[in-house]
Design a protein around this ligand. Structure first.
Ligand code: DAT
Ligand code: MG
Length: 139
């Protein structure tokens, strides 16, 4: 069965959306294989997680945001869960995310104007899912 890695980001936790996100996962029928809260996540883990974005001008703001509070991390399994969870999350930019998706229903323009704060993360491919599960949970 396919697995994916997900995060409820600091804005999702601060805004009280943990139950809402997990409810949607369960309603969809994905299995929650692992689930943990991580506090004080060090910069180097975020840097490895977003290694493809390290050279971007906006990356420091992303790191600041991702270390601004606790994260909920987890592993989901299910039929085609990688693309399915991405569809449930919606588009990266809140203004482009369709209603009915998590980001379309809940993401807001960030007050700092520099980051895109969009509540949730999900792996974008099988290779990313493997890499991210190993990074956050170990082999
Ligand atoms: P996604 O989270 O939809 O997979 P991504 O992997 O391209 O999107 O980027 C990771 C996060 O980085 C994204 O959720 C929000 C932030 N981000 C992406 N592009 C950005 C941009 N142009 N300006 C500011 N933040 C951005
Ligand atoms: Mg991504």
């Amino acid at each position: 069965m396919e697995q994916t890695f997900f995060i409820i980001k600091p804005d999702g936790i601060k805004r009280g959306l943990v139950g809402e996100v997990l409810k949607r996962v369960e309603r969809r029928g994905y299995k929650i294989e692992r689930l943990e809260m991580r506090t004080n996540v060090p910069n180097h883990i975020i840097d490895q997680h977003y290694e493809a974005l390290l050279s971007k001008a906006f990356y420091p703001a992303i790191r600041e945001y991702m270390t601004s509070g606790p994260l909920i991390i987890g592993v989901l399994s299910g039929n085609q869960v990688i693309s399915g969870w991405r569809h449930m999350m919606g588009a990266t930019r809140p203004e482009e995310a369709l209603p009915g998706t998590i980001r379309g229903d809940f993401a807001q323009a960030a007050e700092d104007g520099a980051t895109i704060q969009n509540v949730v993360h999900g792996s974008d491919s099988e290779a990313s899912a493997k890499r991210e599960i190993a990074l956050w949970f170990g082999k």
